[in-house]
Design a protein around this ligand. Sequence first.
Ligand code: NDP
Length: 242
Amino acid sequence: MGRRALVTGGTRGIGAAISVKLKEAGYDVAANYAGNDAAAQAFSNDTGIPVFKWDVGDYDACAAGLAEVAEAQGGSLEVLINNAGITRDGMFHKMTPEQWNDVIRVDLTSLFNMTRPVIDGMREAGFGRVVNISSINGQKGQMGQVNYSAAKAGVIGFTKALAQETARKGITVNCVAPGYIDTDMVAAVPENVLQSIIGGIPVNRLGKAEEIGAAVVYLCSDDAGFVTGATLAANGGQYVSG
Ligand code: NDP
C-alpha cells in the first residue's frame, strides 16, 4: 500500500477529484465529509475509497475521526489535504455573526483542528505532506465574501508559518489557491454573475476539479520535496489579469 492520505471534504467537488487522483497515484486514501451521506456513499461505491463522517470545525471530532482513520489505515497519516470549505456569502454590512463564525470555523479553524493531531506523527516519521486549499478570493479579496476571503487568506498565512516550523522534519506545507472551479459551490453562483466571472478568466472557462487534484498530487510527491510554504495558483490566469 502507498502512503496514508486523508482528504477533508473528500467526497464531493474538488475534494473528490483530489481523493481519486491520489488513489490513482498509489496512495492509501480516506475521505472525510460533513453530512451528505448519500453523496459520500455513492462516491465510496464508485471509487472504493473509504469515507468517514465528522465536522472539521470541531477539534474533538477531528481527533476522534483521525484515530478511526489511523486504525483503518494501520498507522498515522503521512499526507493530509485540508480541503473542506463552505461559503456563507453576504455584503459585510448585512453579514451576521453566524455567517462570519461558520466560515472561519470550517475554512480556517479546521486547519488547526486537523493538522495539530497528526503533526507529532509526521515529525516522528521525519516525513509529511500537508496541502491546504485556499482560494483566489483569499489572495485578492472578493466583495460579498469578507468572511471567506479572510479565512482563505488565513489559510495562506497558516501554511507559510507551519512550513517554516516543520521543514527540518521532512514535512512540507503548501497551498493550492484555485480560481473558479466547476463544482456545486460555483453552481450556487447566479448565472449572470458566473458569465461575467468567466469573461474575466483569460483561459475563458471554469477550471476542472481534476486540474486541482493534479496540482495536489504534485505537491504531495517526492519530487516536490523542495517546495514548501508555497501557494500554487490555479486560476486560468484570472489573478494576474485582474
Ligand atoms: P463542495 O461544496 O463541492 O464540497 C465540499 C466538501 O466539503 C463536501 O465533501 C462536504 O461534505 C465537505 N464539508 C463541508 N463542510 C464540512 C465540515 N464542516 N466538515 C467536514 N467536511 C465538510 O466544495 P468545492 O469542491 O467547491 O470546494 C472545495 C474547497 O475548494 C473548499 O475549501 C473551497 O473553499 C475551495 N475552493 C473552491 C472553489 C470553487 O470554485 N469551487 C474555488 C476556490 C477554492 P458534505 O458532502 O457532507 O457536505
